[in-house]
Design a protein around this ligand. Structure first.
Ligand code: BTN
Length: 243
């Protein structure tokens, strides 16, 4: 592992992406920062985190061995790696909220942002950005967010968690190399938040509808059983799970 430690940066994802465009990058190059001035979240949102308290890092991995349609499996293995690391630390009531938020109870404790590096229409590599709330205690402006400290009363070593996550990532990555797609999808679906429970979603035009999460498609779309008994697949731009 090639670990680059920074005090502050705009975004570890952006920094690593730029670095990889300048030179050949070793797999498992990891950039970790104590503070981000312009942290990136999903769907163009910002990722805001108090200085020094939380784990924020990005990992570079070549994935030329996957077809573009199999790309979602990177999100699956990243979510499972974080999930397993936290499970090993006995963090209670863990779930994966589609596509790749990690919750404890109903609270988000970790967000993951996978960005792709595309050459000649093929995804060659990914930057996997992980933001895990470790010791921040104030989440007044972020509804439904929490941290390991708030949940367990324990202050954890951020670097130890990073190593645990990257170890689990390696073992899941070898499953991916061996094309164990079904096993990975099954394990991910086992931990899916609100699976088979009646749930409320918001659609693109802000309308609310009800449905039951049944799982994900091979491309990572969320499969929802609607009230009229039709199973429909949605991508992240189309719906938001409310509760
Ligand atoms: C989300 O919106 O849930 C995804 C958040 C991802 C945040 C992490 S923090 C480290 C890495 N660098 C970034 O700019 N974003 C990711």
């Amino acid at each position: 592992m090639n670990l680059i430690k920074l005090d502050a940066i705009d975004s570890t994802n952006r920094y690593l992406k730029e670095l990889s465009s300048e030179k050949d990058m070793e797999d498992y190059t990891i950039v970790v920062a104590d503070f981000q001035t312009d942290g990136r979240g999903q769907m163009g949102a910002n990722w805001v985190s108090e200085s020094g308290k939380n784990l924020m890092f990005s990992l570079f991995k070549q994935i030329g061995f996957l077809n573009n349609e199999e790309n979602f499996y990177v999100s699956i293995i990243a979510s499972l790696a974080v999930f397993k690391a936290l499970q090993q630390m006995n963090i209670p009531d863990l779930k994966i909220k589609w596509p790749n938020d990690i919750l404890s109870g109903n609270c988000k404790i970790c967000g993951i942002l996978v960005e792709t590096i595309i050459k000649k229409n093929k995804i060659k590599a990914v930057i996997i950005g992980i933001g895990l709330n470790v010791s921040q205690t104030d989440f007044e402006n972020v509804p439904n967010a929490s941290s390991l400290l708030n949940i367990t009363g324990t202050v954890y070593d951020k670097e130890e968690i990073l190593f645990k996550i990257s170890e689990y990532f390696r073992s899941y990555e070898s499953m991916l190399l061996n094309k164990k797609f079904n096993r990975l999808k099954e394990e991910y679906e086992q931990h899916l938040f609100r699976k088979d429970k009646p749930s409320t979603f918001k659609d693109k035009s802000e309308g609310l509808f009800m449905g039951f999460i049944k799982g994900i498609s091979g491309q990572g779309l969320l499969q929802v059983l609607l009230e009229d008994n039709i199973l429909q697949e949605f991508d992240l731009k189309e719906i938001k799970l409310l509760y």
